[in-house]
Design a protein. Sequence first.
Length: 290
Amino acid sequence: MHSLALINEFLGQPPNASEHGYQIDHILEFCHWFMAALFFGWSAFFIYVLIRFRRGRNPVADHEGVTSGISTHLEFAVVLIEAVLLVGFAVPLWAKRVNQFPDTADAILVHAIGQQFNWNFHLPGPDGTFGRRDVNLVTNSNPLGLDPNDPASKDDIVVLGELHVPVNRSVIIELSSKDVIHNFALVNMRIAQDAIPGSIIPMWFKPIKTGTYEVICGQLCGLGHYGMKGSLVVDSPADYQAWLKERAELSGQQQAPPPTQRPPGEPPPGPTPGTVPPPGGGSNEQRGGR
Ligand SMILES: [Cu+2]
């Protein structure tokens, strides 16, 4: 890329894949170089002071103190640079993220719902309308509490852990949480946002490179926090359509009649004879062992 990317790479920053990410990277790079300059500058000054004002040379304390104005000018310059960084770069960049959302007409809108310890994604399906969700309807097989009686929910797509989005389209994610505070962190997209129970918080980014990227939880949310990972797959438009089609077919299968509606005479559902349930009960099998 360019020479300033040295520190970001050294600190393990993965490559940027979003439209606005280079701006974040520039600020990070500049801040790190600035902090490095301050660190070496102040360290040198500290060592100078230790030698210059040693006891052997100054047996009696001087009550006048420093008379030169150099340190005042230096400190003023540091404050000025920091103010320009904050007011001139950081705040405008942040304001654009939170105030200037893309037009929903051509953006992809997805709901992401955090739970200990997974990310659920809810897509509106072909009708473009999100079905009603009700916390009272949440079960193991209906992790988001989607209302089956709402016509808009019939074609909705619910996926666990893996979200696909098309490249070069803005993505708006409306974040919420089922339990505690999580943080939806897309490091490659240079964006992160807290998911707070009881709130729906939007965030947006525009992926510009296809590939598979990590979704992590950026807030310590419990014992399984370390494993709260998912993936964001940025597809070509054709691959994205294929994924949508596949997911729509799969969610059609999920709407098969529930076990209580089995034909008369058929045995009730239960563990397959001869199998041993795993320790701790087998009710979480559907969640997959990510
Ligand atoms: Cu979490």
